[in-house]
Ligand binder design. Structure first.
Ligand code: COA
Length: 260
């Protein structure tokens, strides 16, 4: 599939997906959502890819939200469908990928843009980044998981305030709130994320996928995360990566994980 709105690059076990609609501050239209689904799926299935970095094109925005021009005339039914399809194709999909996804937030991350970053496994932002969920200023609410993931990440009171005021916070406040893990300069953003990604690639990809599943279980209704952890912990013992990891430790050498 050739993409119109995103760029997919692969190098050294790291895939970088860049949302590329700079004239629209990388706003998410339906076509971009479909392309993102395809690119994440391809990268996740590629055994040579161990980490995915998601970023935006240009120096101004990660993603300035869902494309407002596309949904301005929607009916209630169409609005519901937009939310359900987007959550299924990208937001829930990314959160539940076995391949770690790092959001490299290079500027505005608003509305669907912040929701997309929050669906990633963790976030790093450049010092010019501004974040918020301004949907109520448009007469709508966050529909790509924002009302669920924001309180998970920063607590209910702060999430209530951010959503109700529709205000933006800067990268330093986002760091203080635990919404992002690191702040760096814009020039250093991708190198910084790549360094983290390289550290991740040295570990067992099978164990990492199991850890993601187990951590996510903590936030799923009707699922006991401790039970999922017990299951995943047990499964680990049957993997080649476990045999390699423990043998390497005992033989005092670096592990070379087969990834199965
Ligand atoms: N949907 C569609 N188009 C968008 C967009 C969005 N979410 N965000 C920005 N754009 C477009 C603008 O319409 C403009 O297009 P144009 O040049 O064809 O008119 C272009 O991107 C540049 O944006 P502009 O508003 O001129 O840049 P700015 O620097 O003055 O302001 C923002 C930047 C981010 C503050 C402003 O674009 C904004 O408020 N965007 C909407 C944020 C939002 O409410 N997101 C939640 C959506 S649910």
């Amino acid at each position: 599939m050739s993409y119109k709105n995103i760029i997919l690059d692969k190098s050294n076990e790291i895939a970088t997906i860049t949302i590329h609609r700079p004239n629209k501050l990388n706003a998410l239209n339906i076509e971009t959502i479909q392309e993102l689904h395809h690119a994440f799926d391809i990268a996740d299935r590629d055994k040579g890819i161990k980490v995915i970095i998601l970023t935006g094109s240009g120096e101004k925005a990660f993603v300035a939200g869902a494309d407002i021009s596309e949904f301005a005339d929607f009916t209630a039914e169409e609005g519901k469908e937009l939310s359900a399809n987007g959550q299924k194709l990208v937001f829930d999909f990314v959160e539940n990928l076995g391949t770690p996804v790092i959001a490299a937030m290079n500027g505005f991350a608003l509305g669907g843009g912040l929701e997309l970053a929050m669906a990633c496994h963790f976030r790093v932002a450049s010092d010019n980044a501004k974040m918020g969920l301004p949907e109520v200023s448009l007469g709508v609410i966050p529909g790509y998981g924002g009302t669920q993931r924001l309180p998970q990440l920063i607590g209910k009171g702060r999430a209530m305030e951010l959503i109700m005021t529709a205000k933006m916070i800067d990268a330093n406040d986002a760091l203080k709130f635990g919404l992002i893990n690191h702040v760096t300069t814009q020039d250093n953003l991708l190198p910084f994320c790549e360094k983290l990604a390289v550290q991740i690639t040295r570990n067992s990809s099978v164990a990492i996928a199991a850890a993601i599943k187990s951590i996510n279980a903590n936030f799923k209704n009707g699922v006991n995360g401790f039970d999922v952890e017990i299951e995943e912990f047990g499964h680990s013992f049957a993997t080649d990566d476990f045999k390699e990891g423990t043998s390497a430790f005992l033989e005092k050498r670096k592990a070379n994980f087969p990834g199965k």
